[in-house]
Design a protein around this ligand. Structure first.
Ligand code: ADP
Ligand code: MG
Length: 718
């Protein structure tokens, strides 16, 4: 059977690709070698053009269109030296994936020949057809034009393939009316909004400089690896990215022996190559280790500005999947590929800062610096409190629903973990600014110095969805399959709004008198703590007590995507995004439509797969075994022997229940899966019911008759 041959193929795996040679091509040597980055630009562009481009890339100034032709020429020459024959505008549609349309550099000449050419116009703007990408109603087919616009802030790079290479140019994807059709455009807009508001705060603290304050992101990617043979023997993994069936293995993750354990040889070989590929693309990968579940791993790059980190994060997912195949494995980025063991998240570490101001979430050394840090920190607290619903909505998906609120992931309730020390500081501030008398009394902003904050990883609370980790916040509810764009757009914009509020309060309280600043900060922070302090929770986010306590505090507990997505359309959220010109109402509504549709399509595919696998694989295996038992029983009885029909009875009962459950699911889906609530409350539970009986059958049916690779095989054979 397919399953048996998959087992022997996995056991007999030998690496077929040649070993990597790090001695002769060092990581420093390859880093960024496939990127048209700053050093290439400097080398290849006239000084004035280079300077003008840097102003756009680093200070967020408008692009001077006259530079485009020169840049395009240099980019093309560089790419052709690297063997490129084609270029592609890479864009990020609302599906959360990466899209490309390739064009050749070759153009015909008058004399019947051909010439490599690439104009500034082709660099700046492309027109992929792309009419089948979701637009949530923004783009009707009769006006199906969508444009890709060069994103100057994210460097172009080379996509390698054994048979040729392509120049890839990161772009924004917009409709002909200028509305965003992608994940990238609002990231850039939200960064502008954050920069503007952060500067107002900095100005109050005497830093009236121009340097662009960018949000920074360091996303940690969790994933599973499964042997290729097992993957292709499971239609659910192939088509839904997760197992829809599978009994719990005898051994799961209870020993925690996988977590940070020695990395299996084959996996390590894979990781070396992943990192090397990403290094070439200028992605600063740093960390790798085993995760909690067997077969689960993590990769983390060093943080970068939010827009570049977003593009790099998409590349990370692509490279993981591509390289896994070379090692006869499949990389699963689904949030919950296997029931009963941990799911995969993508922890997004977030901060803001600039080359001139440093990291603004790093507490300083002086009371004055501490005061500024506390304002930025309080702005985050206020933002998360005010927009719990939005933050929950931007991590909502059919896949992440299996993770959020389950026992190993952050709960669906948003709360902030500050750590004991910082929480204590905020409590003291809330208590009122009595004269400096640390460590026992209350902290007076601008007079007392913060105690050095603990950055030790061991001290961290891993159950919190939004945690302060010494010099940044970590949003842990993001799913492993997500583009980080949505979460970043939300974080940047809500924090911009809070900074706006803080700046306005401080500006009016001080009236330009610097001497009044610290007093004004003290009362601002104290007010924010009184209004929004309920969002802070340092305890165990998985516990039942927290759920009860959170309800008492009036915090939102949006358990499913069906509960969470409507949060995108509340008046506050509409106002938020339109005020800071990140998303218009129409753009927001189109996103809501698209995410609802994605959810329904996912559930639809999964329900089709459930029916198909149950009918065509599990039911046949079950009746074969049932028949064997029945035949044995008849034969033995004919010979005058006794036969214990216990197993046969059990089988017969389970087969009947399976058939009934399939019929119920068929009934629940007979009119399709077009409505989010219907999918959530009728279809998904009906699928689980089918699974319940199938998994019980797996525990009874003879092993050689069972068609699907088991959890034991998929998780432990590598
Ligand atoms: P842990 O697993 O303990 O949370 P990791 O080292 O796996 O830590 O990941 C931490 C991530 O946070 C890295 O990507 C790191 O670069 C990132 N990070 C560190 N400082 C910042 C910052 N100022 N802004 C954004 N991300 C940051
Ligand atoms: Mg982390």
């Amino acid at each position: 059977s397919t399953r048996q041959s998959a087992i022997s193929a996995a056991i007999n795996y030998r690496q077929s690709s040649p070993a990597l040679d790090f001695a002769n091509s060092s990581p420093e040597g390859v880093f960024g070698s496939m990127v048209f980055g700053k050093s290439q630009m400097k080398k290849r562009l006239p000084k004035a053009i280079f300077k003008s481009l840097m102003k756009t890339m680093e200070a967020g100034e408008k692009l001077d269109p006259t530079v485009a032709d020169v840049v395009a020429m240099a980019m093309k020459d560089w790419a052709i030296e690297k063997g490129a024959t084609h270029y592609t505008h890479v864009f990020y549609p609302l599906t959360g994936g990466t899209a490309e349309k390739h064009d050749s550099f070759m153009s015909p000449t008058d004399d019947g020949g051909t010439l490599a050419s690439f104009s500034g116009k082709e660099l700046i703007q492309g027109e992929p057809d792309g009419s089948s990408f979701p637009s949530g109603g923004i783009r009707q087919t009769h006006e199906a034009r969508g444009y890709t616009i060069w994103d100057v802030t994210s460097p172009a790079y080379i996509l390698e393939n054994p048979n040729g290479t392509t120049l890839a140019i990161p772009t924004c994807f917009v409709s002909w009316t200028g509305e965003a059709l992608d994940k990238k455009t609002p990231v850039l807009r939200s960064m502008q909004a954050l920069d503007a508001q952060a500067h107002r705060i900095l100005k109050l603290f005497g830093h009236d400089t121009k340097a662009f304050v960018a949000s920074t992101a360091g996303p940690e990617q969790e994933y599973f690896l499964v042997d290729k043979g097992f993957f292709y023997a499971r239609p659910d993994l192939v088509n839904a990215g997760r197992t829809l069936f599978g009994a719990a293995p005898p051994k799961g993750q209870e020993f925690d022996d996988h977590y940070f354990g020695a990395i299996p040889e084959r996996v390590l070989a894979f990781m070396f190559e992943v990192e090397r590929e990403l290094f070439k693309l200028g992605v600063p990968v740093k960390t790798r280790h085993n995760e909690v579940a067997p077969g689960q791993f993590e990769l983390a790059p060093i943080f970068e500005t939010a827009n570049v980190a977003t593009d790099h994060q998409q590349l990370i997912m692509l490279v993981l999947k591509k390289v896994a195949k070379k090692y006869d494995m499949e990389c699963l980025t689904h949030e919950k590929p296997f029931a009963g063991v941990n799911g995969s998240g993508k922890h997004v570490n977030w901060s803001l800062g600039s080359s001139e101001h440093g990291n603004l979430l790093d507490p300083g050394d002086t009371p004055h610096e501490n005061a500024q840090f506390l304002v930025f920190c309080a702005a985050v607290i206020r933002a998360v409190y005010k927009h719990q619903g939005l933050l929950r909505a931007v991590v909502a998906s059919a896949g992440n629903d299996h993770r959020l609120g389950a026992n190993e992931a952050p709960p669906a309730i948003l709360s902030i973990f500050l750590g004991d020390q910082l929480q204590d500081v905020f409590e003291q501030i809330k208590g009122g600014g009595a004269k400096s008398s640390l460590p026992k009394g209350n902290l007076e902003v601008g007079v007392d110095t913060l105690p050095p904050l603990d950055k030790d990883a061991g001290d961290r609370n891993r159950t919190s969805p939004f945690a302060f980790t010494g010099n940044r916040f970590e949003f842990r509810a993001v799913g492993s399959n997500f583009s980080i764009a949505g979460p970043l757009v939300a974080m940047n914009t809500i924090i911009a709004q809070s900074l706006d509020y803080c700046a306005s309060q401080l500006e009016s309280a001080t009236g330009g008198d610097e001497g009044k600043l610290h007093g004004a900060v003290q009362s601002l922070l104290s007010d924010i703590m009184s209004e929004c302090g309920d969002i802070i929770f340092n305890g165990n986010g998985y516990s039942e007590e927290w759920h009860a306590e959170a309800e008492k505090r009036g915090l939102k507990n949006l358990k499913t995507t069906a509960d969470a997505l409507p949060e995108l359309l509340t008046d506050e959220v509409k106002k938020l995004f339109s005020t800071y010109e990140v998303l218009s109402e129409r753009e927001l509504e189109s996103r809501y439509e698209t995410y609802c549709e994605q959810y329904c399509m996912t559930v639809n595919v999964e329900s089709n797969l459930t029916k198909q696998i149950a009918r065509k694989m599990i039911f046949p295996a079950a009746i074969r075994y049932q028949n064997e038992l029945a035949t044995t029983c008849t034969n033995l009885k004919a010979l005058g022997y006794e036969f214990d029909t216990n197993t046969l009875d059990k089988m017969t009962g389970l087969v009947k229940s399976l058939q009934d459950a399939i019929a119920t699911l068929a009934e629940a889906t007979k009119e399709g899966c077009e409505e989010v609530n219907h999918c959530c409350t009728d279809v998904l539970p009906a699928m689980l019911e089918v699974r319940k009986y199938a998994d019980q059958l797996e525990a009874v049916v003879a092993d050689d008759l069972w068609p699907l690779p088991t959890y034991q095989e998929m998780l432990f054979i590598k």
